[in-house]
Design a protein around this ligand. Structure first.
Ligand SMILES: [Fe+2]
Ligand SMILES: [Fe+2]
Length: 277
């Protein structure tokens, strides 16, 4: 049986006024995809999930995405897939072009394929906007994520009350700053990329749910998804090593967000973590 921490602040569903979103952090390789397929049905039932967002930047062999891996995740229930700095590291990145269910960081420089925001309805017809941003601190010098967020909000004005932002970044400070920057203007700012779940989930004063990192969906007997022996050898010797995707202690990590569909404000956010047997 899958283990799932209960939703401790779960609120009663008010008829017609509540959307519940599950968003999970970086799905890593085959193990991560397996976790999504095996664990999502129980989470959907337990939490009454209406919409499922997954960061898929590492879903194909640990780097990038392919059409096959995306199709597998969509078949498992993912509604929208987000990405990050590894999105173009697999030749299969063409899968993001033209598919309205996939977004890559909006603030890649002009000329990058794909799109950085989308609007996809829930099964009940509630439009959900999803925006993907990439941090710049300790990362590639992409365009400004804050300016990109402003542009996205302008473009999305009037299209969807519910707007979820994946802030894919290394630095905690840059993610926290984005949370405050967008507080009251989007439903949630959820961080991805570090592969380690943080315990700082909260609803900010103006109604934006925030968590610095959703955590990894993949093998935890690893160093952020890669076989630990090779990574340790690299740190110890400083010599290049071949980093294979690990396989054991597979978990799904993310957060459930309760949302008022009329206002787009978050009512609550809780962390979830489920493990394969
Ligand atoms: Fe990343
Ligand atoms: Fe990642």
């Amino acid at each position: 049986m899958a283990r799932a921490w209960r939703c401790i602040n779960r609120k009663p569903r008010l008829f017609g006024t509540l959307v519940r979103v599950l968003m999970i952090g970086d799905v890593v390789g085959k193990a991560g995809r397996k976790a999504v397929a095996a664990l999502f049905p129980a989470l959907r039932e337990e939490h009454g999930i209406d919409f499922f967002i997954a960061n898929v930047e590492n879903s194909a062999g640990g780097k990038g995405i392919t059409k096959e891996t995306l199709d597998e995740l969509f078949a498992a229930g993912v509604n929208v897939a987000t990405a990050g700095d590894h999105v173009f590291q697999n030749k299969g990145y063409g899968a993001i072009i033209g598919d309205a269910r996939v977004v890559r960081p909006l603030n890649y420089p002009p000329g990058a394929p794909g799109h950085g925001w989308t609007v996809v309805p829930t099964a009940q017809g509630v439009p959900v906007a999803v925006v993907n941003l990439l941090g710049r601190t300790f990362m590639k010098p992409v365009d400004c994520p804050f300016a990109a967020a402003e542009k996205a909000l302008e473009a999305l004005a009037g299209t969807a009350a519910v707007c979820i932002v994946d802030m894919h970044a290394e630095a905690t400070s840059e993610k926290v700053a984005m949370g405050w920057f967008l507080d009251g203007r989007v439903t949630a700012v959820c961080g991805t990329h570090t592969h380690v779940q943080t315990a700082d989930e909260r609803v900010l004063p103006s109604g934006t749910a925030y968590i610095t990192d959703l955590g990894m969906t993949g093998p935890y007997a690893s160093v952020i998804g890669r076989g630990k022996d090779a990574v340790i050898a690299h740190f110890v010797t400083c010599l290049p090593q071949r980093f294979e995707v690990a396989e054991h202690d597979v978990r799904l990590c993310g957060a459930v967000i309760d949302i008022d569909e009329q206002t787009g404000r978050a009512r609550g956010i809780i962390r979830v973590q489920s493990a394969l047997p």
